[in-house]
Design a protein around this ligand. Structure first.
Ligand code: HGY
Ligand code: MN
Ligand code: MN
Length: 423
């Protein structure tokens, strides 16, 4: 069974990709700005609904902005199916594959399964859902996988209601303005008690490029989190204030960033300060406040805890020397997730034992797995390994190899009755 229209770039796949690609794209950089519940992201959701309508799929939503388009071969069967999908929001100036590749591939795989059934193959009796989870990147409201965390009950609705974007717009206002019937809170019914969830995603690294394989299966997701460091100092004149008289929070921040980078380099961990806000942000003034967000990830939770604690300690020591103040606020935490071994092995066996990879990137599949839904991930080769940047890329042939793999896995999981191994 091959992807519907897997000719040059798969007619079905190519058409969907071409329709989605221009939405939210910055022509100057080639990167994407698809922030949740903004016009660009709403156009993406419009595209999703149009593709679902084209296939007579019933689109259902929860009150947290998550959507599922259902194919119900047997209208009487609405639970115990299989769900696939990913997200459509991006990081600022992000790549075009992170998220959308999983959603476009899901529609193409559904088309291939239906085409196979039309060609005399067996049509599943259980439903297949294509999901789009809200605010996976946390680029607007700061909490990654916000939609899937709310859906599974992993995030308190009150915590979500308190979230504001950079302009001070509340999460619920942004959602309501975008037409969401807001009802934040657990909504596991949206997925209809699935026997499995499978997310296809572009690899955010270059292992597949190095080993020369188009598709891999995920083993686990590293624990990771986000902490907001607030460095308070004393605003002053950039020229008339002697260096010894300053209480400069930028200096404390800079030394903290260096310390975080050094700690990560001494281990296999990852630390990133990618977002910094300075007040008053004037060229000729010593800042009064520097807010900087630490993204930290490590192979296990104890190492991650120790890493962040050491960074916090060194930041505090430096703040004392600089006469500045330090506050550290945890903003999100994702425990290590080992994907369901029986499902992983079943998927790997169905695909002829492709590479099985760890990832340091968070995904909605990780949130669903943590909530007890048997979940698996497929990765598609990214020749440069670059992600969260306009250079993110996957070759058309590898995209179609991903669709073929997803088609085979979904058809296998949908066949027969649920058997506890994700099928
Ligand atoms: O940040 C991540 O790991 C994912 O891309 N949201
Ligand atoms: Mn991402
Ligand atoms: Mn992603």
């Amino acid at each position: 069974m091959t992807a519907a229209g897997s000719g040059s770039f798969g007619n079905g796949f190519e058409q969907m990709w071409k329709a989605l690609a221009p939405i939210g794209r910055d022509d100057r950089t080639g990167g994407y700005h698809r922030y949740s519940w903004t016009p660009a992201h709403q156009q993406c959701e419009r595209w999703f609904r149009d593709e679902a309508d084209r296939r007579d799929l019933a689109v259902e939503a929860d009150g947290s902005g998550n959507l599922v388009a259902w194919w119900r071969p047997d209208p009487a069967r609405v639970t115990g199916g299989v769900v696939t999908g990913s997200h459509l929001d991006s990081v600022p100036d992000g790549g075009g594959y992170d998220g959308p590749l999983g959603v476009v591939s899901a529609f193409a795989a559904l088309d291939a399964i239906r085409a196979g059934a039309a060609d005399g193959g067996s049509e599943p009796t259980r439903p297949l859902g294509i999901a789009v989870f809200a605010e996976e990147e946390g680029a607007r409201f700061g909490v990654p996988c916000l939609g899937s965390r709310l859906l599974t009950g992993a995030l308190e609705p009150d915590r979500a209601r308190g979230l504001r974007d950079a302009d001070g717009v509340s999460l619920t206002d942004a959602m309501e303005r975008a037409g969401v019937a807001v009802d934040l809170g657990p909504a596991p019914g949206l997925l209809r008690a699935p026997s499995a969830f499978v997310e296809l995603h572009v690899e955010q690294g270059r292992t597949l490029a190095d080993v020369g394989a188009p598709v891999a299966v995920a083993r686990d997701i590293w624990p990771h989190g986000r902490w907001r460091f607030e460095f308070g100092g004393r605003a002053d004149h950039a020229g008339t204030t002697a260096m010894a008289d300053r209480h400069d929070p930028m200096l404390t921040y800079a030394m903290t960033a260096l310390a975080a980078n050094k700690r990560a380099r001494l281990t296999t961990a990852r630390t990133t300060f990618g977002r910094v806000l300075v007040e008053p942000n004037a060229t000729n003034a010593v800042p009064s406040l520097v807010r900087a967000w630490l993204d930290a990830r490590a192979a296990d939770e104890a190492s991650l805890d120790a890493l962040v604690e050491e960074i916090r300690r060194q930041a505090g020591d430096r703040a004392q020397r600089d006469g500045t103040r330090l506050e550290v606020h945890p903003e999100s935490w994702t425990p290590r997730v080992e994907f369901d071994v029986r499902l992983r092995d079943r998927v790997a066996a169905r695909l002829g034992s492709p590479p099985v990879l760890s990832t340091q990137a968070g995904h909605d599949a990780g949130i669903l797995a943590a909530a007890g839904i048997p979940s698996a991930m497929l990765f598609v080769r990214n020749p440069t390994g670059v992600s969260h940047a306009p250079e993110e890329y996957a070759e058309p042939s590898d995209c179609l190899a991903g669709v073929d793999a997803l088609t085979a896995v979904l058809a296998d999981l949908l066949a027969g009755e649920p058997d506890g191994a994700g099928g």
